[in-house]
Design a protein around this ligand. Structure first.
Ligand code: NAD
Ligand code: IPM
Ligand code: MN
Length: 357
């Protein structure tokens, strides 16, 4: 069997702590499972600024392009806030250069998670945010800053909207057949274009219910009626903000993974949160976001939904047993949560083997 090539960008501050956890779980979940892989760990973000002077060295980009999937942990932090080119610029650059225009950020509140939510959850919550990732105000020009003023530009082409909208509608077809477009079409020209273009695409997916919401109202609905959504499609900046908000209703930002995909080439998997400098080095970072990113990779890049399910079930068991880090109100360390998840995976594999003899 051919070896899958995984590029690993371990990140800054809590980045390496949770990446180690993710890689340990990858090893445990794939043991004796006819899944062979090799890791190519390359510098990125703050680490790469320190060692090579830029956040995205050319060899790192090439290693990612030559891989079957990219695993990335969080980058950035105060150490590089005044760098000529910050780690965050490297993140935008890698997304752009790998053409990862759609970013999938799931929010799911299972029964095990309901107690951890800061809001009262009475129905199952299970939606995904499809965030446009390589355009909008993050990339538009002109972008200028002087003592007298500053300019950022939000721009979108029809083609950029169409391709990510198709990802959202195709995803809805595999889920609960409902797409909600989030925009600010009562004000912004780009949002007006989004409504027109996405409206036309919706016409060709007759089985998918389609509606629109202004982003300010959506910020409210994520809290007041999260169970109503299935696929939320939105532009880059709104998606960034809404996905952190949505994460928080699961109990912690530290539980949410993501997947970024383009037309071809490797997909990239990363937690949605940042490098959490405030808790780095304390050994208490929640590894679930990274471990779920590993599961997403196994399912989507390697067609091993079976292994992803086993990892996700093992996470559920850990949560049910309240073996969780302090962000979820627990007392466990990153290492303890990771070991618990690995034990649960091994136990489920043993049961699986016993049941199938
Ligand atoms: P952050 O997401 O790092 O942290 C926000 C809060 O959430 C903090 O209190 C942090 O402790 C907590 N948190 C985040 N992840 C956690 C985890 N796994 N376990 C427990 N608690 C967790 O946001 P920030 O503090 O605004 O940003 C810090 C740095 O990260 C900045 O340099 C920012 O630009 C960068 N950043 C990077 C990414 C990325 O790499 N994709 C994403 C967001 C922010
Ligand atoms: C994210 C982050 C990044 C973004 C930053 C660090 C550039 O917040 O991945 O959500 O805004 O996309
Ligand atoms: Mn963000």
């Amino acid at each position: 069997m051919d070896k899958k090539k995984i590029a690993v960008l371990k990140g800054d501050y809590i980045g390496p702590e949770i990446m180690n956890a993710g890689l340990e779980v990858l090893k445990a979940a794939t043991e004796n499972q006819n899944f062979d892989y090799e890791i190519n760990s390359v510098p990125f973000g703050g680490e790469a600024i320190d060692s090579e002077g830029v956040p995205l060295p050319d060899r790192t980009l090439q290693a990612c392009k030559n891989s079957d999937a990219v695993l990335l942990s969080a980058i950035g932090g105060p150490k590089w806030d005044n760098a000529a080119k910050r780690p965050e610029a490297g993140l935008l650059e890698i997304r752009k250069k790998l053409n990862l225009f759609s970013n999938i950020r799931p929010t799911q509140i299972s029964e095990a998670m309901q107690d951890y939510s800061p809001i009262k959850i009475e129905h199952e919550v299970n939606f995904v945010i499809v965030r446009e990732l390589t355009s909008g105000i993050y990339f538009g020009t002109p972008r200028t800053k002087s003592a007298a003023g500053a300019v950022d530009t939000m721009s979108y082409s029809t083609g950029e909207i169409e391709r990510v909208a198709k990802v959202a509608f195709d995803m809805a077809m595999r889920r609960n057949k409902h797409v909600t477009l989030v925009d600010k079409a009562n004000v912004l020209a780009t949002s007006k274009l989004w409504r027109e273009v996405v409206g036309r695409i919706a016409d060709s997916y007759l089985k998918v219910e389609f509606d629109c919401s202004y982003v300010d109202a959506m910020a409210m609905k994520v809290i007041s009626e999260p169970e109503k959504f299935d696929v939320i499609l939105t532009e880059n900046l709104f998606g960034d903000i809404l996905s952190d908000e949505a994460a928080e209703i699961t109990g912690s930002l530290g539980t949410i993974p993501s997947m970024s995909v383009g037309e071809n080439g490797p997909a990239l998997y990363e937690p949605i949160h940042g490098s959490a400098p405030d808790i780095a080095g304390l050994g208490i970072a929640n590894p679930i976001s990274m471990i779920k990113s590993v599961a997403m990779m196994l399912e989507n890049s390697f067609d091993r939904g079976d292994l992803a399910t086993r990892i996700n079930n093992a996470i559920e068991v850990a949560i049910n047993k309240k073996v969780v880090t302090p962000d979820l109100g627990g007392k466990s360390t990153t290492t303890e949560v990771t070991s618990e998840i690995i034990n649960n995976i091994r136990e489920s594999s043993d049961n699986y083997a016993t049941n199938n003899v």
